[in-house]
Design a protein around this ligand. Structure first.
Ligand SMILES: *[C@@H]1O[C@H](CO)[C@@H](O)[C@H](O)[C@H]1NC(C)=O
Ligand SMILES: *[C@@H]1O[C@H](CO)[C@@H](O)[C@H](O)[C@H]1NC(C)=O
Ligand SMILES: *[C@@H]1O[C@H](CO)[C@@H](O)[C@H](O)[C@H]1NC(C)=O
Ligand SMILES: *[C@@H]1O[C@H](CO)[C@@H](O)[C@H](O)[C@H]1NC(C)=O
Ligand SMILES: *[C@@H]1O[C@H](CO)[C@@H](O)[C@H](O)[C@H]1NC(C)=O
Length: 655
């Protein structure tokens, strides 16, 4: 499996100049370990490239033909566990890939194939799902969603998936999608650089060729900021404690950027969130539960170096799975140029909103005085006041002082700060949400090919709600389509492999599954929210169009067609230039309409990306293009993989 790194390493040693025996021993040791580490790192991590004549060569099973030679990048991920203390507040066991969390950032260029081999050394079933990518030609059977399209990888097992990046570019995340192990560290990022021929919106920012070149350079050198809410306990422990005692399942200890950050505790003079009293951790505790205590830590912040350039481009990606955030940079404005849906019409703002699981790409003009500037990140949660920071550093502005904790830079005037410690935004600062920005170039939503002009072929009405568990006294269950889709379903036969004709094998079709939509159809999901909370929702597969949202209102029509003919909703339903999204916010007690077109046979889903809702059932699988008379095709090897045989005792959240 591995090349013989040992022999390569000893060859290097032989080239060392003559030195004393003692010294040589020492150097052998140091150089040897450095070489070995480098080789291991390179081997583990360097994408191995080779051209395949066709995709069929790889899998012996691919929809469609592709006779062009394609570049294939191979990555090996070895998942395991390790003690870590990223925020300096508490050592804990975390899930890691190749020894790191976040997992390594994968790279590809749009059009490449990526082969991702995962070898699991973790003690639970797991799978790796790559977000924001369609299933064109490689099929949906290896998309890494346990219970839908894949049997999870057993401990000591391995799995290889292949992803076609054609048409899907930008920074996305890959994460565990069997349980919620991504919350405990099993997550990483994948950057697919946009094809050179893809039109950029940069001419809408400037027409000056020198500046345009600088912007392209900033795109080539794009920096990724992976934002993660981190907790000192592991998720499984917290879930079981909540099950037993009714304790919180929504408090975190810090916000990390690229795995760095510190514990900040509740901000001074902010003892309430949304009218409710918070404890030292900034958290609202459930009624009758003890307040949590908090000790601040001194770990490092992530430092983003500007290298003396005129512009920096940054991907702000939120893989926290709970807290949606607002982000600002002292003394700098941000120009939003892309989201998970692709390029957008550039829009400048002081503050950007990054929903859980969402990504915003910003361009920043580096025209401030040389110095350090705080990047401020603050949660918009109604249940916790939580902040994180990073530093934007101009070169040669200051010497680092080793051995002292990093200082958070403060601007000369408080007016230069836009995101305030309570998660609110200073009055004069403008704020942008990605889900409000039209795609560039324009990409109007599809419409039914034979019905009226604003119609979809199918409309499904969903409702995000909750109910008391019938089996657990302290647990609330959540749902999106009448019934919860519990985590234990990850251990059952994936929907994709089930025979829809055979009712004796346990008919998979029934709430909460959405089905009966043939290839080519245009589908509207009209989603209403019974909860007084903003719920970020993620739909697997290609980005979808967000046709409208409204807070504190019911969707008063049968469907978009009826709504569109009425003046009242005309200004909230947008069929002209709605945003393309993989994640959107379902407003509190409000509604959202999401439209997508079924282009591939796939078992996808739409689910909440707040852990407490997701883990307790708020998901609805979607059988796209799969009908009893037109089943999905997949290699038998995928359906025959070793797996556990699990029978839930009852239908509760815990089975
Ligand atoms: C699938 O890929 C092929 C080949 O690149 C392309 O021609 C086709 O438009 C793609 N289909 C979709 C729905 O993206
Ligand atoms: C698992 O690993 C073995 C040994 O390297 C390899 O032969 C096999 O193809 C791998 N299987 C998958 C599904 O990746
Ligand atoms: C274009 O931008 C460069 C660098 O910012 C500047 O020096 C130059 O004067 C600009 N050219 C024009 C025509 O405005
Ligand atoms: C239906 O499913 C049952 C249970 O999985 C299986 O024993 C039976 O052979 C299946 N029948 C057909 C016609 O596939
Ligand atoms: C919903 O929450 C907001 C605060 O976020 C509160 O002002 C409002 O009264 C709540 N509405 C209902 C119907 O509970």
């Amino acid at each position: 499996m591995a090349p013989n790194t040992q022999s390569q390493h000893s060859i290097r040693i032989r080239h060392l100049p003559e030195v004393s025996r003692e010294r040589r021993k020492y150097m052998n040791c140091v150089v040897g370990s450095v070489c070995l580490c480098l080789l291991l790192a390179l081997y583990r991590f360097w994408p191995k490239e080779s051209a395949y004549r066709s995709l069929g060569d790889l899998w012996g099973h691919v929809d469609g033909n592709d006779d062009q030679a394609r570049l294939i990048r191979r990555y090996n991920i070895h998942s395991s566990v390790r003690w870590m203390n990223p925020d300096g507040g508490r050592w804990r066991v975390m899930f890691v890939c190749n020894g790191e969390s976040p997992c390594p950032t994968l790279y590809a260029q749009e059009g490449d194939l990526v082969e991702l081999s995962v070898m699991s050394d973790i003690y639970a079933q797991s799978s790796i799902h790559w977000s924001g990518i369609g299933y064109n030609r490689t099929g949906s059977w290896n998309d890494g969603t346990a219970g839908l399209s894949q049997f999870p990888i057993l401990p000591r097992g391995n799995y290889t998936s292949i992803i076609d990046t054609t048409g899907s570019w930008g920074l996305n995340w890959y994460a565990e999608h069997t349980t919620a192990a991504s919350a405990d560290g099993l997550y990483g990022m994948v950057y697919v650089a946009p094809s050179p021929v893809r039109p950029r919106p940069y001419r809408l920012i400037t027409r000056n060729e020198t500046k345009l070149r600088a912007i392209m350079e900033a795109e080539n050198e794009i920096r990724h900021l992976a934002i993660k809410n981190h907790q000192h306990r592991d998720t499984g422990w917290k879930l079981l404690r909540m099950r037993a005692e009714g304790t919180e399942f929504h408090c975190y200890d810090s916000i990390l950027v690229n795995g760095k950050g510190r514990v900040h505790c509740r901000q001074e003079a902010f003892d309430r969130v949304n009218g409710q009293k918070v404890d030292e951790t900034g958290c609202v505790q459930p009624i009758g539960q003890l307040p949590g205590s908090c000790t601040p830590s001194n770990a490092d912040y992530e430092v983003i170096l500007t290298h003396g350039r005129d512009y920096i481009m940054m991907n702000l990606i939120n893989i926290g799975f709970e807290h949606s955030l607002v982000v600002s940079i002292d003394n700098h404005k941000m120009i939003v140029v892309a989201t998970n849906g692709g390029f957008v019409y550039p829009t400048e703002a002081d503050v950007v909103y990054v929903p859980s699981a969402g990504r915003i790409t910003v361009l920043v003009r580096l025209d401030a005085e040389p110095g350090d500037y705080a990047i401020r990140l603050s949660s918009t949660s109604q249940l916790q006041n939580l902040q994180g920071y990073s530093i934007l550093r101009y070169p040669a502005s200051r010497r680092p002082i080793y051995g002292e904790p990093m200082k958070l830079p403060e601007p000369s005037s408080p007016d230069d700060i836009c995101v305030l410690p309570d998660g609110s935004t200073r009055g004069e600062c403008s704020i942008i949400k990605g889900q409000d920005l039209p795609p560039f170039p324009p990409a109007p939503p599809p419409r039914s090919s034979y019905l009226q002009k604003s119609s979809a072929d199918y409309t499904f009405r969903l409702r995000a709600g909750c109910r008391q568990s019938s089996t657990e006294p302290h647990v609330t269950e959540y749902f999106l389509n009448e019934q919860p889709w519990q985590l234990f379903r990850s251990s059952l036969t994936p929907l994709l492999f089930q025979d829809l004709h055979n009712s004796s094998s346990g008919n998979p079709v029934g709430k909460p599954v959405i089905d009966g939509i043939p290839i080519g159809s245009v589908v509207d999901l009209v989603i209403e929210n019974d909860l007084n909370d903003t719920i970020p929702l993620y739909k697997h597969g290609d980005p979808a169009w967000l046709i409208g949202t409204e807070e504190h209102a019911r969707f008063p029509y049968k469907d978009v067609e009826e709504g569109f003919s009425q003046t009242y909703v005309n200004n909230v339903l947008n069929l002209r230039d709605p945003a393309l999204v993989t994640v959107h916010d379902l407003p509190p007690l409000g509604w959202a309409v999401l439209r997508f077109k079924v282009t591939d046979k796939a078992a996808t889903m739409i689910h909440a990306v707040k852990l407490r809702y997701f883990a307790l059932g708020m998901s609805a699988p979607i059988l796209e293009g799969i009908l009893p008379e037109s089943p999905a095709s997949f290699p038998m090897s995928a359906a025959d993989r070793p797996h556990v045989d699990f029978q839930p005792k009852n239908d509760g959240v815990f089975g």
